[in-house]
Each structure stands twice: as C-alpha cells, then as structure tokens.
Design a binder for this molecule. Sequence first.
Ligand SMILES: [Mg+2]
Length: 272
Amino acid sequence: MKILTLGKILNDYRDFLTDYEINELKEIQKKRTDFASQVKALQTALFGEEWDFMTREMTDTSNPMSKEYTERVNKKRAALGVGPINSAGSPTDNSSYLFCEEVVRQTKNYTEFLDLKRRKAKQTVFVDMDGVLVNFQSGIDRISEEDRIKYDGDLDEVPGIFSLMDPNEGAIEGYKWLCDNFDTYILSTAPWENPSAWIDKLLWVKKYLPEAAYKRLILSHNKHLAKGDFLIDDRTANGAGEFPGKHVHFGPTGHKDFRDWKGVISYMKNLV
Ligand SMILES: [Mg+2]
C-alpha cells in the first residue's frame, strides 16, 4: 500500500493539483481536528469535483462540464489511485473516501491519535484467529476420514478440530510485534454448534501465545461491537465487515497488500 501523507501529496503530486486544492490541503495540515472531520475536509478539498456545480465553479475556473475539466480531474484521480468521475461528474465508486481515510490515518495529525500519544497510550488492534493467526487447513488435514465425511460442509463443527491447528506463517512473531506497538487483543468467533471449539481456542492461545495474549482472548459473534482502531480479519462475517475502525482484510481473498503477515506488519509499521 502506498504511504501517502498530506505532506507527501503536496510534495509529489503538486503537478496534478490546482492552486486552490494546494491551499486547502495546507489549511488542513495546520488544523487539529478529529479523524472524521479531517477525512471530510480532505475529501471536499482534494476531490471537490464530486460536489455540486456551485462548488466546482468556485474551485475551478474552467467549465466544470467540459471535456478538459473531466480529463484534468481524472488524471489527478488516477495518479492518486482513485476511481474516475463519469461524464455527469459523479464518482463511480467510494474510493476517494477510502483514500482520504487512509491519508488521514497515515498523516497521524488527528486529535484522537495526538491524544493517545500525549497519554503515552497505544491504538487498539484486534486480531482474528482462523485464517489469520491460525492455519485452519492444518486442522482439516489432521481429522479422520470418518469425520471428514460426517461433517462435510461444516468442518468447523468437528469436535476438537481447533486443537489440531498450527499457527499461520509469521503469525506468532507478527502478533508479538503488534503487542509491542499496539494494545492488542484476539477477537475470534467460535462455532455455536461446536462447544469444544470454545475450549480449544483458549487452549490454542495458551499454547502459542501464553504471555502475549494472556487474558486477551475475546470470543464473539458480534465483532462490530469491539471498540478499537484496527481489526485484522480474513472475513467480513460476524460483524467484521461493520467494524467501526479499519478492517485490515487479511488473506487470499482480502486486500492485495494484506495477503500475509509480512504485508500486514509493513502496513502497521507506518501507523505507530
Ligand atoms: Mg477468520
């Protein structure tokens, strides 16, 4: 993932910006506001083309409906990795919002972050188990043929299966690194129909992360209720997709930068 702070945009992408946009960005840089306000201000300043005709008239002297105008703003959007606007002037996706969220997060100039630093406190991270800390497949590989047939389609309901799983590559080291730099918890879901999974998950944590995750295991089907800054999870199920902070979408079906622990740690390093 590109590391784009406000300063970096002003330095490296200046040629794509109008004087108005440059000045607005400088104003945002100076202000101390909360995360949400900063994201909103940045999106309005940097992607003003997404707003109504009146706003566009103020931000750009050229005709907002012209081909040249659309070309210019789309060149800027492409350079920043944001989706284009269509001929009617509307954005084609929500990538500008996600982009601004990431810039604010990486600029680290918002009040919530500054307050934490002042108190010498850390941002909170939740880490999922299956598919993130735990190699789920390694457990499947160890069950009997009989269980494989009996629980086909519901393999997470095989009694004891969670005690058979190995850690994912880099997971233990990654989790420990997170503990040193973030307030870190495990947030996992144990299958409702497999009571042994609730025990086995605790035993797994005691075996592989006895100190780092001591009394830091949360089992829940409602991950969206967890209050924190990051959730590293390979799925959107059980509330993960509605987590109020940043969902670091891990694994092969997740974000391309978060395919493995190496990618996750290299991203998280910029946010300490
Ligand atoms: Mg998972």
